[in-house]
Design a binder for this molecule. Structure first.
Ligand code: FBP
Length: 264
């Protein structure tokens, strides 16, 4: 099993995700966060254990080895134009990610799509290649497609997480569906892989930090978050608040205080 320890501090992972330009389009950005340099700055602030970028932004904006934050290269992406039975195939190789000094590769797996077998086959091969060269593998486990009635049902999320674990992912990112009783079941199905929760669309800081704290109590080992941080008016302060929660085991109130005191 590869060692994922670089992505954890005090047992928790905080990964900043910036693949939304591909997945959602530039509508997610403003004139500040449209610039990957701004995102690399936030990720290097000392409050993140990983930065997930698409290959193009990783190659041109991540300063190979000089950045303090470990790089995750997202090997596949699809656009928001593709609906229904999602298919997202790799547009970058493990070898190319290695040249960028990546310590992990990321891959979105759409369980429940009519194309799921193609993705399982490709993801399985990628896991083998990545592990052979000591890279960790992070799965974005997303149930999506005609076979899925409700992407956010606990059983559906647990099934998608289980498949990512069965294929060999080391860290599995999934959505938190606010089912506090059911989420430990999702986490159990990750087996030896660690679960991190996604951030979702922008919400207020209290709600966002509370969700992170709540999921920690349910077995999640961190987050891979994008919009909630870099769409925030004070992304550096919010990053410090996340660090307080995760690395100092701080309370939501302590984290919020840090945010409110911050002056980006
Ligand atoms: P956010 O925190 O901005 O939701 O990002 C998490 C993420 O997994 C991104 O890495 C990805 O681009 C996006 O969500 C995809 O989510 P969806 O397909 O549900 O819009």
């Amino acid at each position: 099993m590869v060692n994922t320890k670089n992505f954890f501090r005090n047992g928790m992972a905080s990964i900043l995700a910036y693949d939304q330009g591909f997945e959602h389009g530039p509508k997610d950005f403003d004139m500040t966060n449209v610039d990957p340099k701004h995102i690399v700055g936030i990720a290097s602030s000392g409050n993140y254990t990983g930065l997930a970028l698409c290959p193009g932004t990783a190659e041109k904006y991540y300063n190979k080895g000089n950045e303090s934050v470990p790089l995750i290269v997202k090997l596949n992406s699809k656009t928001h134009y593709s609906h229904g039975d999602a298919l997202s195939l790799a547009n970058c190789s493990v070898q190319r990610a290695v040249k960028m000094n990546a310590q992990a590769v990321g891959y979105t797996l759409y369980t429940g799509s009519l194309h799921e077998q193609k993705q399982y086959q490709e993801f399985g091969r990628i896991i083998g290649e990545a592990h052979d060269v000591g890279l960790s593998v992070i799965a974005w486990a997303y149930p999506r497609g005609h076979m899925i009635d409700n992407e956010l049902s606990t059983d559906t999320i647990a099934y998608a997480v289980r498949i990512a674990a069965e294929l060999g992912a080391d860290i599995i990112k999934c959505k938190y569906n606010l089912d506090a009783k059911g989420f430990p079941w999702v986490v159990s199905n990750a087996l030896k892989a660690k679960v991190v929760v996604s951030g979702g669309s922008k919400t207020d800081q209290h709600k966002f930090l509370s969700q992170l704290k709540d999921t920690t109590g349910m077995g999640a080992k961190g987050t891979a978050v994008g919009r909630n941080v870099w769409q925030d008016p004070k992304p550096y302060s919010l990053s410090r608040a996340i660090g307080k929660l995760y690395f100092d085991n701080g309370s939501v109130d302590e984290a919020l205080l840090l945010y409110n005191e911050g002056n980006d």
